[in-house]
Design a binder for this molecule. Structure first.
Ligand code: MF3
Ligand code: CO
Length: 236
């Protein structure tokens, strides 16, 4: 899973270099496929429940699961780039939201707060804590900043399948959720809307967008609880 994670980290790094006004999300998808296959891995998303691409590219009010297309990114956009790779039967999954050229200070703040929320969630990953501790850390940070977390989509366990138990909500549940144990690997992924929490899925059956049209950010890492402690697998 460390190998899968490193491949995902490499892809995200290359995407950071490639994103600029004028590039299409399909070009980004093709680059993702190229790198993943060159590393002897397969894209986790391609054909997953019929998903038609290897990258999710979600622009502005799109939250997650945006399908790559001929759409050109333009100055001032933000784009969530979500990548999964499967190496020797095990998955890694991570996402980042990038600015395309110059973006407004308000949108910069959304990206910063969402990334901070992910890292605060990651800090709660240790033996003896509960899933709810991760969720609460994310929700508290996001709501203190005046934003909302998406509730209908969650992080997840990950391993030989991309989606495994437990679910990792981005809001605290009444019960504190399952206890975290050595050997668990989790994909933690706050989805944060500048406006209200409500989202819907477009007619393409995939693209999730905010109901109020506000912009949305998404960051994700895969983290393992190893005998030596927690290790972020999708970070070089
Ligand atoms: N990171 C997303 C997730 O954890 C990726 C799934 S996209 C899909 O759910 F197309 F593969 F569904
Ligand atoms: Co995920």
């Amino acid at each position: 899973m460390r190998q899968a994670g490193l491949i995902v980290a490499e892809v995200l790094e290359r995407l950071r270099q490639k994103v600029q006004p004028g590039v299409t999300t399909r070009e980004l998808n093709n680059m993702v496929e190229e790198i993943i296959s060159k590393r002897g891995a397969t894209p986790s998303f391609l054909h997953y429940r019929g998903y038609p691409a290897s990258l999710c590219a979600s622009v502005n009010e799109e939250v997650v699961h945006g399908i790559p297309s001929q759409r050109k990114l333009k100055e001032g956009d933000i784009v969530s780039l979500d990548v999964g790779a499967c190496y020797q039967g095990y998955h890694g999954d991570a996402s980042q939201t990038l600015a395309v050229g110059q973006i407004s200070p308000e949108t910069q703040r959304l990206l910063r707060v969402t990334s901070e929320a992910l890292h605060l969630g990651l800090t709660e990953v240790r033996v003896g804590n509960h899933v709810g501790d991760i969720s609460a850390a994310i929700q508290n940070h996001v709501e203190a900043a005046g934003y909302s977390v998406v509730r209908v989509l969650c992080g997840h366990g990950i391993g030989a399948s991309m989606h495994e138990d437990p679910e990792i909500p981005n809001y605290a549940t009444k019960q504190k959720g399952p206890r975290l144990e050595e050997g668990m690997v989790l994909a933690i992924e706050p989805m944060v809307n500048m406006g209200k929490s409500r989202v819907f899925t477009k007619e393409d059956q995939w693209t999730v967008v905010t109901a109020d049209g506000s912009v949305s950010a998404h960051f994700e890492h895969t983290i393992a609880i190893t005998p030596e402690g927690p290790q972020i697998l999708t970070m070089a």
